[in-house]
Write a protein that binds this ligand. Sequence first.
Ligand SMILES: [Zn+2]
Length: 147
Amino acid sequence: MASRRIDDLDPVLAYAFGKAEAEWRIKFPELSQPFLTCTYRSKEEQTALYNQPFDKKDNDGDGKVDEADEKVTNAKAGQSAHNYQPRLAFDVAFKKKNGQADWNTELFTLFSKLVLQTAGITWGGHFKSLKDAPHFERTGWEKLVKK
Ligand SMILES: [Zn+2]
């Protein structure tokens, strides 16, 4: 089962998210507010996500199956920082005052500036191959995994 609990997170990530979220509330009370959507993802869930572009399902609910835009990750099971203990990545989303999701990309860019004030974090919006704006992870997380 996927988790969105902040107490599952690596302490550096928990600190960075909490600090950025608090600053956001103070600086941008009128904007959509950030929240955690994922900290932990099981290997089965990672595989399902990886398979989205070729699983014969309509994963984004637009009535079409297996389109290019259903590709949301390059990571197979065990290749994502979400798959380990402690959780070495988190994903965020934004909620409007009426509770609707807000996918305005500028929100993610603005939030990344607050999160990246904490050292040792890489933002998915800076990934070279497949940009992942909701995603933040510990830089060099592969070395932090407890095996
Ligand atoms: Zn992620």
